[in-house]
Design a protein around this ligand. Structure first.
Ligand code: GLV
Ligand code: MN
Ligand code: MN
Length: 414
């Protein structure tokens, strides 16, 4: 193993146990819960070790600065510190939070790799002429408060601070309560200090296995979103209610899931119902309400619109036949992201890496509308993600660090 792969493993092992579920082997690192707060403390400690002051943006996002430090004192992470003085900074990093029982790499790999890339550049005697900033974004997965990329949406003003403040988790805790204050919202001054953002991420498919390459550059993110399908019927006794008398929302739900799958296949798109809530959720009761969340994604916006409309229409028609009521609410939407083509080509040339699109969402997709943004993907041997089976070899992770260090040198050191 190379020295860098060993250093990667050492740093990786420091966070590996945090939030890992003993039974599934997956991670429960929901935003602003104890495991994620521990990871944030670890991030501050690592920044401290490297003499990188940490600032916050009042939205839950953290920024560790190599170069001109933030004004207002180091390591406060306080919304009132006024943010950094440095301009033209190069931003990198990713997120710590996970989906329920998610993999180890989705998110944390981008933060650990960024810290190691700073170490590599320093060891090589490279000094940036512009600050290099490592970010830890909050609630990227939307697993706790429902809206993905919540931290980057707040920073960029893509979501209203009041709406974000009022988002609630399954226990009824609001985002503002979890954060300890109302989120500060858009910060154009801070955003204006960043000249570029480069997020390194584990690949969430098998394109790099097929390409026989450890690292790729992203070209685009498919448009995608989340829709809540709420189906209301009549709760009743499972043993005594005649089949003909039932208004069972589970039937409408089951049909809707099959329709989503069919409509997605017809369009070469993706549709998933991965979350469902049933009331009263009793074996011997016909449900009164079934709520399912549709995650839909497609290469083109019009394909996505057509897919969601077709599923909604089929669910509505089935609800009419079942005597149930349907309400569809869009909870989040991410438009097609085409990463800065010039930057992607430049980085692909620098790294001799393939360029590929992805169906997965990222904070980079949100920031891309506001500043030149690129992504690097690190090979995932199984392609599996959002699962405990997600993986990457230490050697490929080391290759990712080398690639990110080269990119940061290219963007911040000349
Ligand atoms: C984030 O990982 C997403 O694509 O849902
Ligand atoms: Mn993810
Ligand atoms: Mn991610």
């Amino acid at each position: 193993m190379s020295g860098l792969a060993v250093r990667f493993r050492e740093l990786w092992d420091e966070i590996a146990p945090i939030g890992r579920d003993a039974h599934s082997g997956g991670y429960l690192r929901y935003a602003l819960t104890a495991p994620e707060l521990r990871l944030r403390e670890w991030f501050r400690a690592q920044a401290d070790l490297r003499g990188m002051p940490v600032s916050g943006d009042g939205n839950g996002n953290l920024f560790a600065w190599w170069g001109e430090p933030p004004t207002g004192g180091p390591n406060t992470g306080d919304p009132d510190t006024g943010g950094p003085a440095g301009a033209g900074a190069v931003l990198t990093g990713s997120h710590f939070d996970s989906v329920p029982h998610g993999g180890a790499y989705d998110g944390p790999l981008g933060i650990v790799s960024a810290l190691l890339a700073v170490d590599e550049l320093r060891a090589a005697g490279v000094t940036p002429v512009r600050p290099v900033v490592v970010a830890a974004f909050v609630e990227e997965e939307g697993a706790r408060f429902g809206v993905p990329c919540l931290g980057s949406r707040l920073l960029t003003g893509e979501i209203d601070a009041d709406r974000a403040a009022g988002l609630r988790d399954a226990a009824g805790v609001s985002f503002a309560e979890a954060l300890g204050h109302r989120p500060a919202g858009a910060d154009p001054a801070l955003l204006g200090r960043f000249a570029a953002f480069v997020e390194l991420h584990v690949e969430q498919g098998r394109a790099l296995v097929d390409a026989d390459a450890p690292v790729a550059v992203a070209s685009a993110i498919w448009p995608h979103g989340r829709w809540r399908f709420e189906l209301r019927g009549e709760g009743n006794h499972a043993g005594t209610t005649r089949m003909a008398d039932r208004r069972d929302p589970m039937l409408t739900f089951a049909f809707t899931v099959l329709a989503a799958n069919k409509e997605a296949r017809l369009r070469d798109a993706h549709a998933t119902v991965g979350r469902v809530a049933v009331e009263p959720n009793a074996t011997n009761a016909i449900p009164s309400t079934v709520t399912g969340w549709l995650d839909a994604r497609a290469a083109a916006p019009e394909t996505l619109d057509g897919l969601v409309e077709a599923v909604r229409a089929k669910a509505a028609e089935r609800a009419r036949r079942d005597g149930t009521e349907l309400t569809v609410t869009r909870e989040s939407a991410t438009p097609l992201v085409t990463f800065d083509g010039g930057l992607a080509d430049r980085l692909a040339g620098l790294l001799a890496a393939p360029v590929l699109p992805t169906g997965a969402g990222h904070d980079a997709g949100v920031l891309a509308a506001h500043l030149p943004t690129a992504m690097l993907f690190v090979r995932n041997p199984t392609g599996v993600s959002h699962s405990p089976a997600e993986s990457a070899t230490d050697a490929d992770c080391a290759a990712g660090v080398v690639a990110l260090a080269r990119v940061l040198e290219e963007l911040a050191c000349h």
